[in-house]
Design a protein around this ligand. Structure first.
Ligand code: HAM
Length: 420
């Protein structure tokens, strides 16, 4: 016997019946986002490493420590995508989509890769459901994107979630803040973690998302970005807050929220779920008004978010989960000596009437057929015994009620609610 091969560390197989929950969540996302005028975009999982270096940023944890990067057979540096905003922006520039009607609204669903230490809610292959709006700088777009996100989460049955909101300002405000932060941290350089000391020169703002406890206590007294906002950035943020107020969205302003990717400008947000422990962010997003230009396109603003689907499903409300896993399957069994072919004939007739049918064709002992039906969440088992076969009837067992009745075959479709 050969040695068994396991799934790669940090990756996992999604198996039935759990996959039914994933499908239902994704269907709800497609429906909700579609109702806001979003269409699907599918970009490659593999990109030039340079794309993420330029957009997410060289000094971020994602690019510096977590990317799956390798050289291909021709010596090109490629990376598995750690996120998709950069890919969407690249595709936008590559296909000259600024000529399409703007704003462009797209969503994506799929696997992403980060080499992180696996733990509950944190995987090396994880899945995002994301949406991006490109081509509008106004605060009403920030508002609508957040409203769409909140609506989607409420369709799934989430209650009491709070959007954590902040602004990181525009380029000018960030530059002013970078200086302010440097002035504060530089004299205490020695007390910072080695990573943060390096970032002092490369990208001081990234020190704010350090996970090192020593850095945390230093940052307690640090100046806050809010104090460095220019009036445009401040007004934009106030307008976004005003929109959320008007629509009754629960949010809290988190002045320390900066997000761990370099492309953000102005509005940033996250949604945290308490059920998740340390890895508690189920959504992250924000505005990225300089990204398209950074990637060689004409200046064009953008805003979006990505939901961690694995985490979302970990804390999914039970009602949605259960509804996703109940099937409307009907099992059809021919009881020996009636041949299995009879079950297949009836199954196909019922499928013609749009009924989803589990035909029992292999092991046809009544007992194991009933057991399988129970496990598959079947409500009705249709039995063709010798007597039914002769009379042109069927016996229908209702597994929920535990009752059984015999009826003419021609009554079966309407009894089961077919051809709706
Ligand atoms: P992000 O915050 O890096 O943002 O990731 C978004 C979400 O992906 C996180 O809130 C989390 O739920 C999930 N996630 C990230 N890493 C992992 C992991 N290792 N295991 C499980 N889940 C994970 C972005 O990726 C931005 N592209 C979001 C965005 C779109 N901003 C603007 N548009």
């Amino acid at each position: 016997m050969g040695q068994r091969i396991q799934a790669v560390k940090g990756t996992r197989d999604l198996l039935p019946p759990e996959t039914a929950v994933w499908t239902a969540v994704e269907r709800a996302a497609r429906e909700t986002f579609g109702a806001y005028g979003y269409s699907e975009i599918r970009t490659p999982i593999l990109e030039d490493t340079e794309l993420f270096v330029r957009s997410v940023g060289e000094s971020t944890d994602i690019v510096g420590k977590e990317m799956y990067t390798f050289t291909d057979r021709k010596g090109r540096s490629l990376s598995l995508r750690p996120e998709s905003t950069a890919s969407v922006a690249r595709a936008f520039v590559q296909h000259g989509m600024h000529n399409a009607p703007l704003p462009l609204k797209v969503y994506y669903i799929g696997p992403h890769f980060r080499y992180e230490r696996p733990q509950k809610g944190r995987y090396r292959q994880f899945h995002q459901i994301g949406a991006e709006l490109l081509g509008d700088a106004g605060p009403q777009s920030d508002g609508e994107v957040i409203l769409m996100l909140v609506r989607f989460l409420s369709v799934l049955g989430f209650e009491g979630l709070v959007v954590q909101l902040n602004t990181v300002g525009d380029e000018e405000s960030r530059e002013a803040y970078r200086k302010g932060l440097l002035d504060y941290l530089e004299p205490q350089r020695g007390a910072l973690s080695p990573d943060s000391q390096r970032r002092l020169t490369s990208n001081p703002l990234r020190i704010l998302d350090s996970k090192d406890p020593a850095d945390h206590s230093l940052l307690e007294g640090a100046p806050q970005l809010r104090e460095f906002l220019n009036s445009e950035s401040r007004e934009h943020f106030e307008a976004v807050c005003g929109m959320l107020d008007r629509h009754g969205v629960a949010y809290s302003i988190e002045s320390r929220l900066v997000r761990g990717l370099d492309y953000y400008t102005r509005t940033v947000f996250e949604i945290i779920s308490e059920g998740l422990g340390a890895q508690d962010a189920i959504v992250g997003g924000g505005r990225y008004d300089g990204l398209i230009e950074e990637l060689g396109g004409q200046p064009l603003p953008g805003i979006g978010f990505a939901i961690g689907e694995d985490r979302l499903i970990d804390v999914l409300p039970n009602r949605f989960r259960e509804a996703a896993q109940t099937t409307s399957l009907v099992s059809v069994t021919a009881v020996p000596p009636v041949p299995a072919a009879e079950a297949l004939i009836l199954a196909e007739q019922l499928r013609d009437e749009n009924l989803p049918i589990l035909a029992e064709l292999a092991d046809r002992s009544l007992k194991s057929a009933l057991k399988r039906a129970h496990r598959a969440g079947v409500k009705w088992v249709v039995l063709i015994g010798e007597q039914e076969q002769e009379n042109g009837t069927v016996a229908v067992r209702d597994l929920e009620q535990g009752s059984q009745e015999t009826m003419p075959r021609e009554d079966l479709v309407s009894y089961l609610g077919g051809s709706r």
